[in-house]
Design a protein around this ligand. Sequence first.
Ligand code: BTN
Length: 256
Amino acid sequence: MTAAPDIPPAFTLVALDSVDSTNDEAKRRAKAGAEDGTLIWAKEQTAGRGRGGRPWVSPRGNLYCSVLARPDCTLSEAAQLGFAACLGVGAALGSVVPPLTALNYKWPNDVLLNGMKAAGILLETSSKPDGGLDWLIIGVGINLASHPDDTAFPATSLAAVGAGGIEVAELLEIFCRQFQTWVNRWLDEGFQPLQRAWIIRAKGIGEPIEARLGDGTTVAGVFEGLDERGALLLKTDDGATRTIDSGEVFFATGGG
Ligand code: BTN
């Protein structure tokens, strides 16, 4: 494969050798007026960021990219594009891993291979003075060649599951095509098809889990599914259903 990947025309590729964080670069460009579909891709990140303020260690050999989107919708609807990205990553990884590799999603947008995290997504938004959405940045990190071995939830990589042959640029192409397919379904049909596809592969559905909320408190219950916006539905011991908009999920077995 040549160095320049063949990206669908909906994206404007900015290919960088090294950057602090592709999300930060996308944010700088968003503030300077960059268009919807700007795609930042870097071979390494020196200050990669994960959810919850955690670092995302970003050596060469893995995929780091961020899409700048300016959808005509509310902030809360825009977060559904995180599921489009998650399903895009899932489809891309599903097309390159060995046939019996288990592929699951961990709420909200992690992709697991054989029960371990192979990819994560970081959404960041900014609103206009009138409260409407200005831009959304969808940052995607996929472990191809390597993965950290000191994370609370165990990590893995394509190489570790026996799919080390794929090049980063090739996976970026596949991801972009799959992501665009899910974005188009979301535009045409709304969140429901994404919700259905995500739930089929959701880890822990129907099982007891714990959700740690932004304020550090924890809620235990049975993972019932997603609501029509993508929030997590948790049935607690008192029989009530709690709707969780953001937080981290921990499973009864198999780590956080
Ligand atoms: C997570 O914590 O699971 C989200 C990880 C997101 C990492 C990606 S790598 C590309 C983009 N740039 C960043 O700094 N973070 C995201």
